[in-house]
Write a protein that binds this ligand. Sequence first.
Ligand code: ATP
Ligand code: MG
Length: 532
Amino acid sequence: MSTTQSLEQAPFHNSFVDELRGEATFDKKPRQVPGYHYSRVEPTPVRDPRLLAWSDDLATFLGLTRPSERGAAVNALAGNLVTESMKPFAARYGGHQFGNWAGQLGDGRAMSLGELTATDGSSWEIQLKGAGPTPYSRRADGRAVLRSSLREFLCSEAMYYLGVPTTRALSLVATGDEVVRDMFYNGNARPEPGAIVARVAPTFVRFGNFQILLALGEMDNLRALADYVIRHQFPELGEPSPAVYVRWFEEVCRRTAIMIAHWMSVGFVHGVMNTDNMSILGLTIDYGPYGWLEPYDPDWTPNTTDFGGRRYAFGQQPRVALWNLMQLGQAISPLVNDIQELNPALQLYVDTLATTRHAMMLRKLGLTDKATEQDQKLIEELEQALTESEVDMTLFFRHLSHAAPRLLAEGGSEAETWRELLAAAAYSMAPNEEQKLVEWLQSYLQRLRQETATPDAIRALMLAANPKYVLRNYLAQQAIEAAEADDLTLLNRLMTVLKTPFAEQPEHDDLAAKRPDWAREKPGSATLSCSS
Ligand SMILES: Nc1ncnc2c1ncn2[C@@H]1O[C@H](COP(=O)(O)OP(=O)(O)OP(=O)(O)O)[C@@H](O)[C@H]1O
Ligand SMILES: [Mg+2]
């Protein structure tokens, strides 16, 4: 039987530091770090660390006890206490930002403390985001503000409970220090409360960790990093060899496809899919200017920094992930005999994404039997009709999950049912848009009638595929404003509700409501920048 312990007593191991090449000067001066995978760093202490939020389930899995508001464990989560077994480091990586090679980036404010062994024997890296400057901070301060930290904490856990591959968050700690940010880069810098998230993943290695090594011609380091990742994270592939590197790239492509399919299925827009924000494990990483679709719109992004090109808009995500995988392929190409050997993996990405998205959409629509070519047409017509109107994606599918099986089971007026559904889900509705959606709903119902499953089984399938609760942008913003005024009620409520996003939880109906009018254009709710 495993026992739980407080974080400051937990034994860390340090495979990344022990097995890869590190610069050991502890010098924080911003600089290029050629020749190394990481730099050893010391977190910079903060004034008054205080625990704001804690992920009980994740902690239990890691064998950690819940800390009190202040004390040794919280000090460790804030970087004020480095225990003997921790060997903190900042990883060196590069990346393409908005399609342009940006050279060395690296953990400029994130630092890993080491790895913990969970109750099932698996190994998890614990990383503080906002723990102070590192050699990779360039001209920035190494800190993070409460607003962006709260968004990362809440959303990464919400994604986990939605079943989306993601890094996780263990704690949210207020630092007691102020951090100056110009939230919209418009000359209005102001002090904001600082915070640190402790996030958790098997590894935080990104595509960019490989890219920087190719860019500087560090072939031994490139191979060593690939071997480290394969041995620790993909042991089922066998001992590294040219053939295994190809299979590994295939596996990264496959996992990335599954992650993107999930994003598209729940309406998640990452916002900054730079190659330094792509996990080698196919996990959602870096919760910055992300957002959730409200009106279904492939062209939507919340990221004001991307308003010019909309490179990272909702509908672009499948293509951008492929582009990013091509950059990764380029980066690891010296490890294989012939770069052409990596091409099938890119095709595997395309195929896996298509089949996974299709299967997920069929589940969202309660369709199982006799999936036919017509079903693909039905899906495309729905996406078209939703795009042309102003209908909330989450509400549309959730209401459909109740309404369609009810018509199958009880009959009743189809016209009336569709009118109610669209009234509940639409922000506005022109007559021609309504007509198109109703026509779609009619043909959909005909198709649904061919299913052999009972209406109850169809309803259960749909309710398990169409979440009732997602972290709507304005809800996160409300939780932030309350937390900045020391009121954690909404944060706590969201943490509870988002743990079972597919359950009805009628006492929390207000958190599943349509976005209110005031939130339509409000900064923080409708728009976000990279300032964090
Ligand atoms: N306040 C900051 N201080 C130092 N470096 C920063 C700061 N904000 C961002 N950076 C660095 O700028 C680069 C791009 O930042 P980006 O916004 O993608 O990442 P991030 O939000 O800091 O962190 P992560 O990707 O680890 O979640 C990264 O190298 C990041 O470490
Ligand atoms: Mg990042």
